[in-house]
Design a protein around this ligand. Sequence first.
Ligand SMILES: Nc1ncnc2c1ncn2[C@@H]1O[C@H](COP(=O)(O)OP(=O)(O)OP(=O)(O)O)[C@@H](O)[C@H]1O
Ligand SMILES: [Mg+2]
Length: 251
Amino acid sequence: MTRIISILNYKGGTGKTTTTVNLGAGLALRGARVLCIDMDPQGSLGTWLGVRHTRSVADVMLGYADPEQCIVPARENLDLILGSHALVHAEAQLWKFPDERVSRRVLYHTMKHINSYDYILLDCSHSISMLTHNALLYATELITPVSMNYLAMVGIRQVINTLKTIGRIPDHHLKLTLVVPTMYYERLRKDREVMQLLEYYFRGKVAEPIRANVKLAEASSHQQSIFEYAPDSYGALDYARLVERVLRNDE
Ligand SMILES: Nc1ncnc2c1ncn2[C@@H]1O[C@H](COP(=O)(O)OP(=O)(O)OP(=O)(O)O)[C@@H](O)[C@H]1O
Ligand SMILES: [Mg+2]
């Protein structure tokens, strides 16, 4: 069965895109069939992996194209549906629907027959938008990357509030499966304290931290995943560990 995972924190710059790319690439390297969908109008996923396509997820949501026409191969076992600026237009169209229950489920209805993947990862933008709601109502799991600062903790609280709202929607069960600490400096007391807080609030759901590692930032400008760009780096090591943790959740 396909695991559909939204990657979200309402704070910007917490490592959502970095996690989507490298978790997706890592799962694909372990032999899983993976589709990553970019729900952010900035369209960073395609830029990161050096993939271009005329169609984006906006075409899927606006009914201009079938998902199959928008899927583009990025690596062995790893496909993408790109994001684009047209998502801004898609969002505006969704707000015009008379019934919010329908407009929030457009992605679910257009994608529900896509069942040939082991994992579908959705890279969400940090805005509380109709696009994010569509991602959350399509996904069954949520992974939240949290960088080591107070605002990222506030962002996660907003995610929890959203989860509560979605929990009231009949027939949709979305659960927070993992909190991923990112940009972690072990030698900083502040970071160790944030880790303790996360462990306290999300007992059993906190992944091993992804350490701050400049190779992760560099990999994007080389249009490579961390496993291609710097396979021996801390970044590759930490994301490989996250991949194993996500695979373990399969069991
Ligand atoms: N572990 C890390 N170590 C060092 N730099 C990192 C790490 N993770 C992410 N970064 C860098 O931090 C910045 C923000 O990361 P990223 O784009 O993944 O965040 P985001 O949550 O997707 O942001 P946005 O909310 O804008 O979509 C990027 O420049 C990225 O290269
Ligand atoms: Mg991003």
